[in-house]
Write a protein that binds this ligand. Sequence first.
Ligand code: ME8
Length: 653
Amino acid sequence: MSSRSPERVFYLTTPIYYINGPPHLGHAYTTIVADAMARYRRLAGDDVRLLTGTDEHGDKIAQAAARGGEPPQALADRNAQAFRDEWDALGITHDDFIRTTEPRHARVVQDILQALFDKGEIYFGKYGGSYCFGCERFYTDKEIVDGKCPDHQTPLTYIEEENYFFRMSVYQEWLRGYLERHPDVVQPDRYRNELLGFLREPLQDLSISRPTSRLQWGIPLPFDDRFVTYVWFDALLNYVSALGGPGAEDFRRYWPHVHHLIGKDILKPHGIYWPCMLKAAGLLRDDEARAELPGFARLRVHGYWTLGGGKISKSVGNVVEALALTRKYGNDAFRYFVLREMPFGQDANFTEDALVERLNADLANDLGNLVSRATTLIAAHAAKAPAGRVLTRDPGLEGAFRKGRAAVDAAMAEFAFHRALAAIWELITVVNQYVDSQQPWALAKDPGQTDRLVTVLGSLAEALRCLGLLLLPFVPESAARIRAAVGDRTEATLAAADFGRPWRSPEDLTAVQRLTGLFPRVDRTADTPTAGTPAATGPAGTATPTGRISIDEFKRLDLRVAEVVAAEPVPKSKKLLKLTIRLGDESRTIVAGIAEHYPPDALVGRKVVVVANLEPATLMGVASNGMVLAGSAGDALALLALDRDLPSGAKVR
Ligand code: ME8
């Protein structure tokens, strides 16, 4: 039953984040996910090392610093501190924070570069190609969309220069075979398929330097100081340099157990460049020589948060604002929301309304109420427990907890945080139903039922004790309060979360303290003028609090046919398009999150359906006045269209 195994070592890394701006929702999500996993594995008894940090070199940073008129190191110092402060505020339990401008990192990068150069894995050559400064990489003709970077939708710059190249192409077949034979190294599976897709095209050698005539902000190549290291070659090595480099004691201990947690945007560098680099540097075992090195740098890949995907009420406008909601609703509510709402690996939409809905329903109602009613009942009646006897517990709850714990374990083994939380919330429901069915308040009125009452109260105290442990990785502050309320001062371990351990005596019941208001309900109707309208629904798949709507409520929506007269990408956004639409005589701008599904040109001249009376909102700095309707299922999205022509401005009812 116990997943405690003192031998297990677990090394988990987050991406190191660019410091050209402050931390935002996306960075916080990955770091919270990593923290929840690290806490879970520590609770299971593993020797865990959690690494995060900042990526500080390269064109992107140099340009941001130049724009702000400050030296890159000053920008890096300021924003690296902002990341540290944010992780402290969020209660992240990283064991190390690495900055790529630290000497401990530069030393390892230079050592590995020199070793690769000496082995002939790096050569000097000339290359011309289309370069995206946003991505810091060259794009092949096949990848370019309409002459632009497919990620940033900005024009690419043709660059021809002499550089050092890593012979990545020779590893193509090895990598393909490896990925095919080892399905578990990249999860979820769709991302492994994406990598195999990349490998169907010939793999190019990788330019790993930049001439100092163009860029000075980088680690000098040890064998040619006219060049600095390409930022990705520098950045990826943080995972090794933070352990002290090959041969260091920490490296020997943790490296074989590495898991990289990343967003899907950086799959290619992690799934293609990185294994080839490691293979060339001899830092990966291959199938033949099963040594103590990892078989692959295991990747756990998550999807993207999108913002304001069609939400009607006040919505957060950007990812920095979204992160600021931690101050408004608390770390635990924010953590719970992001871990529960996003199925790991898929995209999800972030709205303040959805967060509040989960806070009210799952945290305040389900968990908060349970803790409040159970501790209130125990505190009121604990004195009735006869002293000196071991408490009995209801076996029904024991079975539920055994199953629940197994489900949490299985989900966490797959990084399926949403499923782990769903399993814990099933337990919370079971315990709430137990209170309803046992009616301890009625038992308390009948002196003949004292034994039964004590069993029920003891079972509730035990349930809260186990829940306090199971919740620790996910909502650590609240879980600690639950543990304190039930008087559990023992060491927190997952093994101790098995229901019915013979530790609790009747005297312990009197130590339970009433805990109310763990998660106060939030009422947003006051500041949400549109609440109650049909579109003010909660997160996908949940019913509105008001249930069905009346025809009058539906009529408040002004749905219209509109013609798209112009469409262009919103700068720096992967998802958003800025549409100019005609609505009868009126012309308007609407920002729509459809860039990944429709090229702008394909939209011009089309008739779409829009919500015309939506409150205006600003998305990525562009004022949007209305909303384009689309259907979606998983990753697929389709715009609503008319099956015969109607003039723009026509009403939809
Ligand atoms: O790419 N949703 O740094 P970066 C979810 N320095 N996660 C998101 C997100 C979103 N909308 N936006 C960002 C870099 N992220 C490189 C990494 S690693 C050797 C070098 C998260 O600051 C997600 O984890 O652009 C993504 O992979 C990462 O931030 C990119 O952060």
